[in-house]
Design a binder for this molecule. Sequence first.
Ligand SMILES: *Cc1c(COP(=O)(O)O)cnc(C)c1O
Length: 393
Amino acid sequence: MEKKRNVYLDYSATTPVKEEVLQEMLPYFTEKFGNPSSLYTVGQESKNAIAQARERLAALIGAESREIFFTSSGTEADNWAVIETAMAKRANGAKHVITSKIEHHALLHSAEYLGKEGFDVTYLSVDGDGFIDLDELESSIRHDTALISIMYANNEIGTIEPVAKIAEIAKKRNVVFHTDAVQALGNVHIDVKELGVDLLSISAHKIYGPKGIGALYIRRGVALPPHMHGGAQENNKRAGTENLTGIVGFGKAAELARENLVTHIERVTELRNYFLDHVKERISDIRINGSLESRLPGNINITFKYIEGEALLLLLDMEGIAVSTGSACSSASLTPSHVLEAIGVPVEQIHGSIRFTIGDFTTREDIDYTLDALEKAVAKLRSISSMSKESGW
Ligand SMILES: *Cc1c(COP(=O)(O)O)cnc(C)c1O
């Protein structure tokens, strides 16, 4: 038996902070601690560091730096974009928003909140690969639609939505378009100008930056009211003393993501395909969830029939392997994944589904070790399972 390793395969839940990112952040905790709003030198140094981070983020997504607004998280960026757009448009009679059934909870729960506030919410369905239907989108737009919000790439099954086409439809119908690009950032070439999106949410801790810092891209010309009130930070749009170290770390992570994008995509895609090819060979009765054509490089989502995903997760954990049974937020609850439900996976099979996400520190050896452990664990669980082919599961 090979010696036990620690294998982290949950990069979609969060990523470790890269050493270069940490080094760039450290001085801003101690000697460079000034408040960016202060006029003396140490304050101005902080202000300059924030300006540099803003430029690095803008460069990563093809924006202008004045279109980047820092927030506390991807969740806050989603809430701000969706709720404030809808509320502002309500004054002009808008009372409808459009989103999809497979959004992250940061978006879904914001949409539910708007529903309680009196908005009609259309939740677009998706096909078996997780794609929304562009005709259904277009026909669901009403004269009083305030906003369309469709995620760029799904965090559970990795499917990448046709964002440029969605933006085109939204523009033609004069509706604001927001996209949650938290999973896409650093994994897909993003150019907000080419795409034509109005609002786009991102987060640092999914791209090897620190937790607790995100940003919202607000296209110049889009009037989004602030949702935090106080000081003049973030061009009067998002009050509160800046998370200086977080912003510096996010900026460095963005710079690295831009420099490494092509090699990252190549390397991670190759490891993912290696995993997929071998898992199909070695384990029977599985189903690969999500699109194989338009997919995040590191995402693998597999239904193992006749077993409980939670049990499999725990057996893998005993071998030092970290995976997920769904999005991190819902993994503590036993409600079946709304994403797998939306793509038509039968409920009993949803419970046997595992997400493996590969990242920059994953090696071929990690994958081989995982495949061995997985094959053993699946065989063990199936041998004791009451859910069998015979019993109809
Ligand atoms: C992680 C994630 C979020 C939330 O971002 P936080 O910075 O963790 O709040 C939102 N949307 C998607 C798709 C995510 O994967």
